[in-house]
Design a protein around this ligand. Structure first.
Ligand code: AFP
Length: 337
């Protein structure tokens, strides 16, 4: 007989008991992430049938076009986390300002989220994701304080993502390895399908929007030329994979190895991706799986954000591949001096 599958709920409770023997608060937050995912997955699936495709005609606070599904995902996340009474402040890609949710003694956490990442894929039946990172407001930040909690990504207590692809997967870390769960639609449960994920030290794939190649800095361009060269012993040329949805591209890199890049280009002088709710949570996951996340010059998880919607350059994935990228960036910088 097959052993019975481990549900997300059981896994979270056991992990919290082992590593964070507190009050079950992290379990409750993670179960709300799963709850949001269970609402979004079918909504994304039937979006074309219920008028949920297309734009709402507004730009979000960081200047991106806002899709109907972006608005729905954001609303769902805000309501789900408000219900817990645990979240003091919520930062979302879809909200200009911090959303102050709860003020009671239990409201000890800050949640950073991109509720629907890759939403330009909504209309073409492509993959999308939800990204989340959770911080505890201790050490100086009192409960109910209205200043945004801006901390290094290394201090997250839980982070992860949901991938809405051919199946819906939830991947999370609470700082003790990375585990992935697949949604069994009939049971309505996330079941452990990818235990203790390890990102291979080197990979066969690179992922980047090569349309910006001629806008990238010399070190970045040289690195791309390097990965495209033929050299069998070092596994080159690497294969190119790019879907335009960070979570989908990153998930491949996490599981199969390789590198995802979003460097600065002419329209995005600091890179395009957001530090607090894209780079830092994914950096935490990848590093917990033995990989590396960097701006090219410094670790993503060591950056103290200055604002909630701050952007960052990113190179993330297999440790050896990211180290090689950093070497090209450093050498190009040295040559320019
Ligand atoms: P959208 O949510 O607007 O589709 O942006 C997606 C994203 O933030 C990230 O998921 C992608 O990796 C990246 O932007 C794609 O950017 P380019 O379209 O410039 O390649």
């Amino acid at each position: 007989m097959q052993p019975s599958p481990i549900t997300l709920g059981r896994h979270i409770i056991e992990e919290e008991h082992r590593h964070h023997p507190t009050t079950g608060e992290l379990s409750r937050l993670l179960m709300q992430v799963a709850f949001v995912a269970k609402i979004l997955a079918p909504e994304i699936g039937r979006a074309a049938l219920v008028g949920q495709l297309g734009l709402v005609g507004e730009k979000n606070p960081t200047g991106d076009s806002q899709k109907k599904l972006d608005v729905f995902a954001n609303q769902t996340a805000v309501e789900a986390f408000a219900e817990t009474g645990l979240v003091a402040g919520l930062v979302s890609e879809e909200l200009a300002e911090v959303k102050h949710i709860a003020t009671g003694a239990q409201a000890k956490y800050w949640l950073f989220t991109d509720p629907l990442d890759g939403s330009s894929n909504t209309d073409i039946n492509g993959s999308m994701g939800t990204i989340f990172g959770v911080y505890r407001c201790d050490g100086g930040q009192s409960v109910g304080d209205s200043t945004p909690l801006l901390r290094k990504g290394a201090t997250q207590v839980v982070a992860g993502y949901v991938l809405y692809g051919t199946s819906t997967m939830l991947v999370y870390t609470s700082g003790h390895g990375v585990n992935g769960f697949t949604l069994d639609r009939e049971l309505g449960e996330f079941l452990l399908s990818h235990e203790n994920i390890k990102c291979p030290a080197r990979g066969r794939y690179y992922s980047a929007n090569l349309g910006h190649f001629y806008e990238w800095a010399p070190g970045v361009r040289k690195y791309i030329e390097y990965v495209e060269e033929s050299d069998l012993p070092t596994g080159r040329p690497m294969g190119l994979r790019y879907s335009g949805a960070l979570v989908a591209d990153l998930h491949r890199i996490l599981v199969d190895g390789g590198i995802y890049l979003y460097p600065a280009d002419s329209a995005h002088r600091d890179g395009k991706l957001r530090l607090t709710y894209e780079c830092a949570p994914l950096g935490f996951v990848v590093e917990q799986a033995g990989g590396r996340a960097s701006t090219g010059r410094k670790p993503i998880l060591e950056i103290e954000p200055e604002s909630i919607h701050q952007r960052s350059q990113i190179a993330i994935g297999s440790s050896q591949d990211v180290l090689m990228f950093e070497k090209f960036v450093a050498e190009a910088k040295g040559a320019a001096q």
